[in-house]
Structure formats: structure tokens, C-alpha cells
Design a protein around this ligand. Structure first.
Ligand code: EPU
Length: 336
């Protein structure tokens, strides 16, 4: 393990923003973390997993830890339930395919979400009617202040839509090292999301397996979402806003085609992508910062955009949507 000085983080964040870390170290094992703890260098750190949900807006004047701890296994096998364990540095999409290869139900809708296993609980990643929390069992995290491992069960994590304690109360206090998921040998796939059931139907699949659903998700994501290997981005840049039934009535009066999901308490979730598109921003480009042409919820870096340029674009979009719809969009990615 070697602490390096003045390293560019461009290849460590999927937005492809070129900022420097004052110091940088790759953590390959839990022992590496313990060693850094005994070296007394963990007071002021910044942790990177897959780098897929962050926007870097300036140099990081800290020690950056890139978490690469790898390993995955069937941890415990019951009659139907199976607990799988994956280390934080495992690539999320490969981990999902591995679980599908074992014939397990649970993660198929979360196929192809860029990022690492260790960061998946922080924002409770979700797609196509499923969230990570639905299969989450527990995680083990390294407490930076004490060097001790602490276990968090589901109830300890306060998971919500793109939320958890690791974005709030416990922010910056822990490094997640292992995540355990409870999957099933025989289960039911969730094809409640319209585009999935439509795609399956078009392919004549009547009793879909997790593999069938995963294939569909991969196909849909590939067609809509830009691949960070080709064009810098962090997936959805904004959260889908939740508005009151009254505010929604006003919008639907002017825009009868507005898509919506009514929540249990009567409030309404409106797709931010639709709001951004309706406001004319889809495909917009200024310098190297832009709004993706197929999915208006994704801001992109065409090459050399800075974090400040992406934020400036995001603020212009936010202002415009606030003016047109009276809705305040909330940024979903972690702005650093
Ligand atoms: N829409 C538009 N224009 C657009 C984009 C979307 O009109 O440019 C409309 C669509 O027609 C559709 C609705 O918005 O009626 C929803 O769009 P989509 O199914 O593409 O999903 P989303 O709400 O834009 C969310 C997640 C995605 C996740 C998809 C699929 C958030 C912030 N985003 O996007 O997650 O993959 O659902 O479940 O909740 C991510 O978090 O990075 C991410 C990609």
C-alpha cells in the first residue's frame, strides 16, 4: 500500500472531472484500512468507491481512499433464502450478474447500475420498481474514529428513496466494507414497471426468470442511459420531486400528459426527466456540459467540463423549472 501525492481523479469518477487529490491511496484489504488507522492518517479523508454518484467541483485537499476490497460468496444457505456477502470494492453490475448466475432472485431489476457494492446502500440505489433495501440484510462498516467494525442491520440504516443514514447522521463516519443481501432460490420477479412488462411481452416471454428480467433491464438502460465509459455522467442528476396533490392538479391542468406516481399519503411523484424535457433542456449543450439527448435527467460531460460548469447548468435548469412549474428540484448526486 502506497500513499501517492497529487494524483488526478479523472479516471476515478464516472463524470470524468479532472481534479487532483492531495494524497491518494488504494485500499485492497481490510488490513490496509487498519494499517492506515494505526498510521494515524484517517483524520481528514475522502472515500471513493465506484465514483459513480459524485460531482467533484475542486481539488480534494485530503487523503483520498479508493476502496478496492474484493470478494463475494454464498454466505448462508437456507431452504429458500440465501444470504450472499460481497465486499465493498466489488463492481455492482458484475455482482448482480453473479447472483443471477447462481439462479438467485432479488437483484435482477438493479442490473447495470454503475458503481460498487459498498456505495449501493449509501443512496439506496433503485430502478424499475425495486430498491437495494428490498434485498438488503446487513452491512459491516469500519468506524473511522475508532478503527472498529460496526454492523448495521436494515432498521439501523433508515433507507428511503435515494437516502440512508450514511448520507445524513453517519455521513463521513464509516467506510462500508461488506454488504450482505438476502436473496431467494425460488421467488417472484417484479415486472410492475411498464417498460419491463412491455419489453418481456414483445419478446414473447410469459414466465420470466431473473435472467430474462435482467436482460430486459440491460437493454432498456443501454438504450436510454449514456455509458460512463463513453460519456461522463453520474446517472440521474436530480431526484424525482414529490409534490402535493394540489400542486399536481395545477400542473395537470396545463399539461394533461404529465406522468405521475401517487404515493400512499396522496402526494405525487413527478419524473424530473419529464420536467427537464418539457422545459426544453433535453439535448442542450454549453461547452462540454450538457443534458443527455435520450434521458433529460442525466447531465453529461462531453470531455473537459469542470464541476463548476456542470453545477452552473444544473442551477439554470433548477431556476427554470422553479419558474415554470413552481417545483424545486433537489440534486441527487453527491456534490463535493
Ligand atoms: N421522461 C421524460 N423525458 C426524459 C426522461 C424521462 O419525459 O427525458 C419521463 C418518461 O417518459 C417516463 C418518466 O419520465 O414517463 C420516468 O422516466 P424513467 O422511467 O426513465 O425513469 P426516471 O424517473 O427518469 C428513475 C431513476 C433511475 C432509474 C429509473 C428506472 C431517479 C432519480 N432515477 O429515473 O435511476 O434507473 O427510474 O427505474 O429516481 C439513477 O438514480 O442514477 C438512475 C438512473
Amino acid at each position: 500500500m502506497k500513499i501517492q501525492e497529487n494524483i488526478s481523479l479523472k479516471e476515478y469518477n464516472t463524470f470524468g472531472i479532472d481534479v487532483n487529490a492531495k494524497q491518494f491511496v488504494e485500499v485492497n484489504t481490510l488490513e490496509d484500512l487498519q494499517q492506515l488507522y494505526s498510521m494515524n492518517v484517517l483524520q481528514d479523508i475522502f472515500v471513493i468507491g465506484g465514483g459513480s454518484n459524485m460531482l467533484l467541483t475542486g481539488d480534494i485537499d485530503k487523503l483520498v481512499l479508493k476502496i478496492n476490497i474484493e470478494g463475494k460468496e454464498l454466505f448462508e444457505e437456507g431452504n429458500n433464502k440465501v444470504i450472499v456477502k460481497a465486499c465493498a470494492g466489488e463492481d455492482w453490475p458484475k455482482f448482480v450478474l453473479w447472483s443471477i448466475g447462481k439462479g438467485l432472485f432479488g437483484l435482477e431489476n438493479l442490473s447495470k447500475i454503475p458503481g460498487n457494492v459498498g456505495t449501493s446502500p449509501i443512496q439506496n440505489i433503485g430502478a424499475y420498481g425495486v430498491e437495494m433495501k428490498d434485498s438488503f440484510y446487513k452491512l459491516e462498516a469500519f468506524e473511522i474514529a475508532t478503527g472498529k467494525i460496526k454492523t448495521f442491520y436494515k432498521n439501523d440504516c433508515n433507507f428511503d428513496y435515494r437516502e440512508s443514514v450514511f448520507k445524513n447522521r453517519e455521513k463521513g463516519k464509516f467506510i462500508i466494507v461488506n454488504v450482505y443481501f438476502e436473496l431467494e432460490k425460488e421467488g417472484e420477479v417484479n415486472i410492475s414497471y411498464g417498460v419491463i412488462s412491455k419489453e418481456l411481452q414483445e419478446n414473447g416471454i410469459i414466465n420470466p426468470t431473473p435472467r430474462d428480467v435482467s436482460d430486459c433491464v440491460v437493454k432498456i438502460r443501454t438504450s436510454k442511459l449514456p455509458d460512463p465509459a463513453e460519456i461522463g455522467n453520474s446517472g440521474s442528476f436530480f431526484k424525482n420531486p414529490v409534490i402535493s396533490a394540489d400542486s399536481f392538479r395545477q400542473i395537470i391542468n396545463s399539461y394533461p400528459d404529465v406522468p405521475s406516481y401517487v404515493l400512499e399519503d396522496g402526494s405525487v411523484k413527478v419524473p424530473a426527466g419529464w420536467l427537464v424535457e418539457k422545459s426544453g433542456w433535453k439535448g442542450f449543450r454549453k461547452g462540454d456540459a450538457g443534458v443527455h439527448k435520450n434521458q433529460a435527467l442525466v447531465l453529461v460531460n462531453y470531455g473537459n467540463a469542470t464541476g463548476a460548469e456542470i453545477i452552473s447548468l444544473a442551477n439554470d435548469i433548477k431556476k427554470d423549472i422553479s419558474k415554470k412549474f413552481g417545483i424545486d428540484l433537489e440534486i441527487e448526486v453527491n456534490v463535493v
